[in-house]
Design a protein around this ligand. Structure first.
Ligand code: UTP
Length: 290
């Protein structure tokens, strides 16, 4: 059943992927903890979710990802040291980032079988509510945040964040076939994972923000393998077309694909250039080194 009350309380953060594009760093550091300037990627996603009104966070982790649990917990020794050194500001900063007790759950995806599989692993925690999904490696700089824009414009049904990409890049994304457009909301007639440019129904690509109705989980439960032999979220979204409304939301903002090196470096550069402490000097250094 489609929920039409505007409140979306829960978010899934799939962080179970292998992050092979960042090996060897990701052999021991989860990709989602790689810092953009001084904050880990996953913190940006959490900040975005909180701004959107999300109250419960479900992380789908995997082997080698336990540092993510530690990151969201108290570090007693560090906090004591900061207190002893009267570093009150940074102490408050890191304490404020700890999520409220009872608002965080961790579920383990034993095998990284794909994004659809990761999302399905959170099924029992979602308990039949409409849920947001945020991929931390898509860092989106937006005001208001991308997820907030989506929730404010959501009125039941499935929704994905969308942006135009060059046709030659469609094979890196889920791509939609658009129907009627109403402002930034685009009806989705069809969605396909990683099409070659010649098969792409448009150049409107899906980026890592989703609002999912509970019925998506019924299809994910079938565990059907799709592109690259993975269980794809795109395929389960596709199965819902005609059963529940489905929209793309062409958000205002800039998305950095921090799942690859170039996007990650661009994001770091953006935050460095805008940093009050190092921005000026970094800009000077960039000019000298280009
Ligand atoms: P990616 O498609 O970027 O895959 O996942 P990856 O494994 O993390 O990275 P590469 O391609 O090997 O470099 C997008 C998001 O979905 C999560 C990832 O953790 C990332 O946040 N994911 C992906 C899972 O949680 N489980 C999976 O099985 C696959």
């Amino acid at each position: 059943m489609v929920q039409t009350n505007k409140k979306i309380r829960k978010a899934i953060l799939p962080v179970g992927g292998l992050g092979t594009r960042f090996l060897p760093a990701t052999k021991v550091i989860p990709k989602e903890l790689l810092p953009v300037l001084d904050k880990p990627l996953v913190q940006y996603a959490i900040d975005e979710a909180i701004e959107a009104g999300i109250e419960e966070f479900i992380f789908v982790t995997g082997r080698g990802k336990s540092a993510i649990e530690d990151y969201f917990d108290h570090s007693i020794e560090l906090e004591k040291n900061l207190m002893d050194q009267n570093k009150d500001d940074i102490l408050k900063y890191i304490q404020d980032m700890i999520l409220k007790p009872g608002s965080v759950s961790f579920v383990r995806q034993q095998v990284p079988a794909g994004l659809g599989h990761a999302v399905w692993c959170a099924k029992n925690f979602v308990s039949n509510e409409t849920v947001a999904v945020l991929l931390a490696d898509d860092l989106i700089v937006a005001r208001p945040s991308c997820m907030k824009q989506m929730i404010e414009n959501w009125d039941g049904g499935n929704m994905v964040a969308t942006m135009d990409v060059p046709y030659q890049d469609t094979s890196s994304y889920g791509v939609i076939k658009p129907g009627k457009t109403n402002g930034k909301k685009i009806e989705v007639k069809h969605i396909i994972e990683k099409p070659n440019p010649e098969n792409a129904p448009s150049n409107i690509a899906v980026v890592g923000r989703y609002i999912l109705e509970p019925s998506v989980f019924d299809d994910l439960s079938l565990q059907k393998k799709g592109t690259n032999g993975e269980i794809q979220l795109t395929d389960s979204l596709s199965s819902q077309i005609g059963k529940v409304p489905f929209f793309g939301y062409n958000f205002d903002g800039k998305r950095y694909d921090c799942g690859n090196k170039l996007g990650f470096i661009k994001a770091n550069s953006f935050f460095a250039l805008n940093d009050p402490l190092i921005g000026k000097e970094y800009k000077k250094w960039l000019k000298e080194n280009i």
